[in-house]
Design a protein around this ligand. Structure first.
Ligand SMILES: [Zn+2]
Length: 99
């Protein structure tokens, strides 16, 4: 098996698992639970998002457990900014929208 190069830390899987345990396998944004179904029948899969998009930055306050839809929505804002301002865009997430 070829080991894929990743910018996630070695213990990421364990870290993410612990975090999901901590929030009771619930999306911290919309409140859906892991494996629960959305209104359209799709299953929710929880993941852990980096609030500053830096995968090396794994301090608790930089991490948030989100379902795939909230995660997508969260990442979206960065993609929009990148498209708007180009590569020089200095990532500063609008954290307030999550409070
Ligand atoms: Zn969600």
């Amino acid at each position: 098996m070829v080991k894929q190069k990743s910018d996630y830390p070695e213990n990421w899987k364990k870290l993410a698992e612990e975090l999901k345990e901590e929030v009771n396998w619930t999306c911290q944004e919309c409140g859906i639970k892991h494996n629960e179904t959305f209104k359209d029948g799709k299953k929710a899969v929880l993941g852990v998002a980096h609030l500053d998009q830096n995968r090396q930055h794994n301090k608790r306050k930089n991490l948030k457990v989100l379902c795939q839809r909230c995660h997508f929505r969260f990442d979206q804002q960065f993609n929009v900014m990148r498209r708007k301002y180009g590569k020089k865009f200095n990532l500063k997430p609008q954290l307030s929208i999550w409070d």
